[in-house]
Design a protein around this ligand. Structure first.
Ligand code: CU
Length: 154
């Protein structure tokens, strides 16, 4: 019984340490640390407009802002948020320190306008994201089915 109690205490200690590792002590240089995940585009129904979604994670101690998105596939990419079911164009999106900027169906989204070719499922779209402070990021965005749901994976 005594050995079991010690093992339980050690496990609890490890969990507590893990829980504290997000306090930002390792990133005191005041910079944003940006990465992109979960990018996808549902294959568009329209020949001249498409939507795109992704998640930007900031592991750094400074906030940043997404200020523009470009791609060779679209003449123009605008950024929209959704308020009360209605979408509206915005000129930048905040990326909080130690936080995320999430684009997802029904919420924030990218609108690809003036498409130069119609993206097809299985293709990959290359995007360039520009930020207020950090350097630009290049993102490979796969084109999924028109009804793709990232939470089910199909
Ligand atoms: Cu929109």
């Amino acid at each position: 019984m005594r050995r079991l109690a010690l093992a339980a205490a050690a496990t609890t200690g490890a969990l507590a340490l893990t829980g504290c590792s997000g306090d930002g002590s390792g990133s005191g240089d005041g910079k944003a640390g940006l990465s992109v995940s979960s990018a996808y585009m549902p294959q568009p129904v329209s020949a001249d407009m498409a939507a795109g979604f992704l998640t930007i994670t900031n592991k750094g101690a400074a906030k940043d802002a997404l200020t523009s998105v470009t791609s060779d596939v679209a003449g123009r990419i605008t950024m929209h948020d959704t308020v009360g079911g209605a979408m509206q164009e915005v000129t930048s999106f905040a990326v909080p320190a130690h936080g995320q900027l999430v684009f997802k169906s029904g919420g924030n989204h990218l609108m690809f306008e003036k498409l130069r070719r119609k993206p097809q499922q299985g293709q990959t779209i290359t995007l360039k994201l520009k930020f207020a402070k950090s350097g630009p990021l290049t993102v490979e965005m796969p084109v999924k089915s028109a009804t793709y749901n990232p939470s089910t994976g199909h």
